[in-house]
Design a protein around this ligand. Structure first.
Ligand code: 26M
Length: 812
């Protein structure tokens, strides 16, 4: 596609799709016309990919996820199609700057953080590796809230991402399914006189598909992200109309459509949120019905379902799918229970993303029965057969059986969704080596003992297209000029950079790239916050959801420690550092919101104190998201991965930083362990207790205050926060935080403080030698190839899904 062709297409779209003459068109109009131009190009690949699927007998990977945190599409599609230069040229000739048009796109924030972004990286890798795949999820009208910082506090603003339309999706009004809720079940006799059960629901909604093309990098494969939107059912409206209840009909419509209104902005479940269960069942039912329809469309018998579809459950959020597929096969397709169960277990795989007990999903039985009475019966039947087999073949005692049960009978009865997912899946995986080991030893121990062969590890990965090639064009240019561009799809080739770490001229270029990325981030931060950062300083960055286990407060204790050292001795020679934070807190997470306030409060004091602000600055980047993440990762010198050991399942931000040449200060948690193994212990700043040590300490009886008494710098830092020093004398705002740390400190912040500070002092020492720092930085990038989502997806395809590459031919 040449620049003139692109230009013509943009002008055509302005006229025919948007209806504005070029002279009156706004930047948003140009953005849309360009997006539609690019979409036309994708559509050719899309049609051929669907065609290949329909014509050949192929297996497709179906990734079921309540969240897809895609980030902006335009830049990524230009990169993957390889038409960025032509487009830049074309829009320039029309008087536009491509970067300005890119900035017009509202990012689809249909996820909270790591889990949703992982789904997006996996969609990119599936297409790039030419594997047929469908991503199935929810088209939330409101995604994750926009965060504003007012007076240091987080404010949540609704995310109206669809307000200017969405040129990337195609509504498919012909692809709709009915999803039922409520009512009761009853016995009846079928035509053959056999007694059967049927579900008589009392409500239904309609799900409509919205498809977004997912283009692979420089290949013809273009997969589909299919998101479901809830609509009212016409048939139900009619009933109301006939009885004259017009407003009642409109009410029903409103209630139906609320199902896909808004993403729950929490990264753990709150107990018994009815609408959340509706959302989960809604999208899972639509997706499974869609697969069965595709099977029928190809004239395939139901028995072949597991040969045609591999369905991966992204955490337990879609795990109701196990019961729903059983219902579809047994009740609607009249398969025997045994045949249906074989199909189900062969079809599903389950990925666990957390060990935190409070984050494991369970549903109160009464709520479940009210909304999904038939599924409750099915779950009881699955459970009865499962527990019977456990008793028979494994001779397990009652305690053991109770622990395995799909129903938690301690107190109010609840359904354990992780247990349902385990029983219904042939493969169960964690998301980093350590996490997968801990799963087998803790939350899923009993299942591991039952079925060791089902358990496996799939260490997470991130896409090098978005997080290197797109986010860090200068580094990518330097790497490509040095070792060729094979690394973009074969990140193990980054190893070829290793010898260049000894080349002073190369190191200088490497530093200049980092410097320029830091300048760009500094410009952005100045614009967003008014805080000025010097790009010659060390950029020390922690961006991720705000959570106590991730310990942003440990980081801020380091800042306060340096502040105190400088106040005591303003001439102290410390390496100047900019501390950069970013991340959203769940709106109801009281402590997390105070951590944000504390970061901003410390920042206000530090940034305005002439004794310290020539060596220390603190900035909180508001509204951390995929888009500004792409500015942040490439500009970091130091990556903070400081969660309490055993709590962070994997982390994926850690990988984005490493690939972009940041050094990590981190604990032995999640994928940090593997990052350190890859880059070498001499190129990684390790501190803190191990998982085993944290468990031992807590068993012995952890007394956080003892650490305050034993460490004068920690005592001084805590005293300062409590005294109101950072809060204009207010001693109340941070009291809950301080009390929580001093009295219980559930994530061992105090226990790790001394080692963290010592390690940070070591970081400062290494920073003083820029040649050595740069050498280490290059080696981090060179050895991070393992953390590509291509590697992860290859493992899923080969070891769990049995999904093979299918080259797509374009017929002219
Ligand atoms: C559940 C129920 C109701 C409402 C919300 C939820 C929910 C939503 C998101 C629960 C958890 C959610 O996300 C958890 C998450 O992002 N986990 C992270 O997953 C990453 C990808 O595997 C890992 O790298 C992180 O370590 C892990 O914390």
């Amino acid at each position: 596609m040449s620049a003139p062709e692109i230009k013509k297409s943009i002008l055509d779209h302005l006229t025919y799709s948007i209806g504005r003459p070029p002279s009156l068109a706004s930047k948003q109009d140009y953005y849309k016309a360009l997006a539609l131009t690019v979409r036309d190009r994708l559509q050719q690949h899309w049609v051929e990919t669907v065609q290949a699927y329909l014509e050949q007998d192929l297996k497709v990977a179906c990734y079921l996820s309540a969240e897809f945190l895609m980030g902006p599409h335009l830049g990524n599609n230009l990169l993957n199609l390889g038409i960025e230069n032509e487009v830049r040229q074309a829009v320039k000739e029309m008087g536009c700057e491509l970067d300005e048009l890119l900035a017009e796109e509202e990012e689809p924030g249909l996820g909270n953080g790591g889990l949703g972004r992982l789904a997006a990286c996996y969609m990119d890798s599936l297409a790039t590796l030419e594997r047929l795949a469908l991503g199935y999820g929810i088209r939330y009208e409101f995604g994750i809230f926009d965060q504003e910082i007012r007076d240091g506090w987080q404010c949540e603003i609704t995310d109206k991402w669809l307000r200017s339309g969405n040129p990337w999706e195609i509504a498919k009004p012909e692809i709709t399914y009915y999803v039922n809720f409520g009512g009761h079940t009853e016995y009846y006799r079928d035509e053959a006189g056999a007694e059967r059960i049927r579900w008589v629901p009392d409500r239904a909604v309609k799900g409509m598909a919205y498809d977004t093309p997912i283009q692979g990098y420089r290949v013809n494969t273009c997969n589909t992200l299919r998101l479901w939107s809830a609509e009212a059912c016409e048939s139900f409206d009619f009933q109301a109309f006939n009885t004259g209840d017009y407003y009642g009909a409109v009410d029903d419509k409103v209630i139906s459509e609320t199902i896909t209104k808004v993403l729950y902005p929490n990264d753990e479940p709150e107990i018994g949120k009815r609408l959340r269960l509706l959302q989960q069942y809604f999208f899972v039912s639509c997706s499974l019905q869609d697969m069965l329809r595709l099977l029928d469309a190809q004239g395939q018998p139901t028995q072949r379902f597991p040969e045609k579809f591999a369905v991966q459950l992204n955490d337990t959020h879609p795990s109701i799918g196990v019961a729903e597929l059983m219902r579809l096969l047994v009740d609607e397709r009249r398969l025997s229970w045994e045949d249906a169960w074989d199909i189900t277990v062969l079809t599903f795989g389950y990925t666990n993303h957390t060990l935190l007990p409070e984050a494991l999903e369970t549903w109160p039985l009464p709520l479940f029965r009210e909304l999904l009475p038939r599924h409750l019966e099915i779950i009881y039947e699955i459970n009865a057969r499962f527990l019977a087999s456990v008793r028979e073949t494994h001779h397990q005692d009652d305690e053991h059986v109770k622990r395995l049960s799909l129903i938690d009978e301690n107190g109010e009865k609840r359904i354990r969704m992780a247990h349902l997912a385990c029983v219904g899946s042939h493969a169960i995986n964690g998301v980093a080596a350590l996490h997968s080991e801990l799963l087998k030893r803790s939350v899923l121990k009993d299942f591991y003992e039952l079925w060791p062969e089902r358990f496996n590890n799939k260490t997470n990965g991130v896409t090098p297209r978005r997080f290197m090639a797109l986010a860090n064009p200068k580094l990518s240019e330097l790497i490509t000029r040095t070792i060729g561009d094979g690394w973009i799809t074969h990140t193990e080739e980054l190893r070829m950079l290793e010898p260049f770490s000894e080349d002073a001229a190369f190191r200088k270029e490497w530093r200049l790239v980092k410097q320029s990325n830091k300048q760009q981030l500094a410009d952005y931060i100045l614009k967003q916050t008014g805080i000025e950062l010097d790009p010659s300083w060390m950029f020390d960055v922690q961006v991720k959801r705000i959570h106590e286990y991730k310990r942003q407060h440990l980081n801020i204790l380091h800042v306060i420690t340096l502040y105190n050292r400088l106040k005591r001795d303003p001439k102290l020679a410390i390496a100047p550092r900019a501390f950069i934070f970013g991340g959203k807190a769940a709106p109801g997470y009281f402590i997390a919101k105070r951590i944000i306030k504390l970061i901003n409060a410390v920042g206000e004091v530090v940034n305005n104190d002439p004794d310290v602000n020539k060596k220390l600055r603190v900035a909180f980047v508001p509204n951390f998201n995929v888009q500004n993440g792409q500015l942040i990762y490439p500009a970091a010198d130091l990556s903070e991965q400081i969660s309490m050991a055993g709590k962070e399942a994997s982390g994926t931000g850690n990988m984005k930083f490493t690939l972009n040449g940041a050094l990590t200060i981190g604990t032995l948690d999640g994928a940090n362990v593997e990052i350190r193994d890859e880059v070498g212990e001499e190129n990684f700043f390790l501190f803190g207790l191990t998982t085993e040590e944290t468990l031992r300490l807590q068993q012995q009886g952890y007394r956080p205050y003892a650490y305050v008494e034993g460490n004068s710098e920690l005592a001084e830092a805590i005293r300062l926060i409590a005294s109101g020093h950072f809060s204009h004398g207010d001693t109340e705002v941070f009291r809950p935080l301080v009390d929580n740390l001093c009295q219980s400190d559930p994530f061992l912040v105090f226990a790790d403080y001394a080692d963290y500070i010592a390690c940070q002092d070591k970081v400062a020492g290494v920073w003083k030698d820029p040649e050595n720092w740069t050498r280490m930085s290059i080696l981090n990038t060179a050895r991070a190839g393992k953390f590509s989502s291509d590697r992860a997806i290859r493992e899923y395809c080969d070891e769990i899904w049995d999904v093979r590459p299918v080259p797509i031919m374009i017929k002219d």
